[in-house]
Design a protein around this ligand. Structure first.
Ligand SMILES: [Zn+2]
Length: 57
């Protein structure tokens, strides 16, 4: 029985904004060390911890 190919071992981080783990993405290949949030939305939304100050999406 052939083994299933394992997915590439991507590094993961924990998003402090939404609290979910996220994994490496191609677009972060050059700046992974500086990536803190899983998405731009989380990055912006983290300020104010919970308060929805910015309604723009
Ligand atoms: Zn997030």
């Amino acid at each position: 029985m052939p083994r299933q190919k394992k997915k590439a071992n991507m590094p993961t981080k924990h998003c402090p904004s939404c609290g979910r783990p996220f994994s490496w993405r191609k677009k972060w290949e050059n700046c992974w060390d500086t990536v803190t949030y899983c998405s731009e939305r989380c990055r912006r939304g983290f300020k104010g911890s919970g308060k929805k100050k910015d309604g723009k999406i």
